[in-house]
Unconditional design. Structure first.
Length: 367
């Protein structure tokens, strides 16, 4: 028994040493800066791909997610008539259809979804509404109607906002830095509105209109008091406190070149857009569990007309921004969810004929 205990302790010590040696830390203006080394990608845990059931006749499906290893969530395009289908994966029965497309009340015109563990966050950018959908409520209540929250009618929304207590947190579209183009606009990254005043206060006096560049992914955990923004354009994840103060910045593992930009207009406001087909691609999405965040990461310059050939990595952090582990699937992932034990992933990939396909990703033994 003593030998077994010593062996376990030794293994745990090796894991901690490996994680610690994979990143370096410093502080600037009371913000903790953590730099990840690029060898995190080459040392990633390999994942094998297995087939799993999904309704293959669903010609209007865009992405798939799996909740608690048993519930399939299918995100549809507009031709399906409704945005979400929910299935029981054991008996393959349809449980519910949610959020019909249309112009009427409770209907969607243009939707984008983020899957956050036990919740789904659906934003209609045209109707300016946010739906917070509790998956357990769908399973337990046949008459469940998702919570609808009105969003600002004036704010320029470029990244899906999140609910946080009685507030809505937005990404500031005018926060953008590209030193190659001599653009340094650094107002607060995040801005919040309240239920009493849904219009956030945002200054508009900027030289560059940067709402077409610099997008990313916003997430929050109210219980843990953690908020983050992961950049699609550069290899950074910023963590914030509940009062929206930056407290930690994770940089790496790959240092990407700055985006190529086209800037138009000479007098007054200047519009900024991406230039050319080859652009840096860092973080591409995320999912979460109660304890961990799982980010999709590319870390390469990617041609916009041939993204499918660039595989994804999965980087795992805890909600405080501490790196835990990296994973290496064999293909590019378009949507990600994680098992109840955080040991298995469910991913949407593209089949050889160009259609979305649900697969299960598990660890390769003895890796």
């Amino acid at each position: 028994m003593r030998l077994y205990t010593l062996t376990i302790n030794f293994i745990m010590m090796l894991v901690l040493i490996t994680i610690a040696s994979s990143c370096s830390e410093k502080k600037i203006d009371n913000i903790e800066i953590v730099t990840l080394e690029d060898r995190l990608l080459s040392d990633s845990n390999l994942l094998k791909t297995d087939s799993i059931w999904y309704p293959i006749d669903s010609i209007y499906a865009k992405k798939f997610y799996v909740y608690a290893d048993t519930i399939l969530i299918m995100e549809n395009n507009k031709a399906a008539g409704n945005f979400l289908n929910i299935y029981n994966m054991h008996n393959h029965q349809l449980i519910a259809k949610l959020l019909p497309f249309g112009e009427g009340p409770g209907e969607l015109l243009y939707a984008q979804m983020h899957y956050d563990g036990s919740f789904m966050r659906v934003v209609d950018y045209i109707k300016r509404t946010l739906y917070n959908i509790n998956i357990e409520n769908i399973l337990n209540d046949n008459s469940y109607i998702p919570e609808l929250i009105p969003l600002s009618q004036n704010y320029i929304i470029t990244t899906s906002p999140v609910s946080y207590g009685d507030s809505i947190i937005y990404v500031n579209p005018f926060h953008y830095v590209n030193r190659q183009a001599n653009i340094v606009q650094q107002p607060p990254r995040l801005i919040a509105s309240s239920s009493k005043n849904i219009e956030p206060k945002m200054p508009m006096d900027f030289d560059y209109m940067t709402f077409n560049v610099g997008q990313g992914y916003l997430g929050a955990n109210t219980h843990l008091g953690s908020i983050f923004f992961a950049s699609n354009e550069n290899s950074t994840i910023e963590f914030y406190s509940s009062d929206l103060k930056p407290i930690k910045k994770v940089v790496g593992p790959v240092s990407l070149p700055e985006a190529r930009l086209s800037i138009s207009g000479e007098d007054g406001k200047r519009e900024v857009v991406y230039k050319g087909m080859l652009q840096p691609e860092a973080y591409r999405g995320f999912t979460s569990s109660a304890d961990y965040l799982f980010f999709l990461y590319t870390g390469k310059e990617v041609p916009l007309d041939n993204q499918k050939d660039f595989k994804s990595y999965i980087l795992c952090f805890d909600w405080k921004g501490n790196f835990q582990k990296s994973y290496s699937p064999s293909s590019r992932i378009y949507a990600l969810s994680v098992s109840a034990t955080s040991e298995t992933f469910y991913a949407t990939i593209m089949s050889e004929d160009g259609n979305p396909k649900l697969v299960k990703l598990t660890h390769i033994e003895n890796n």
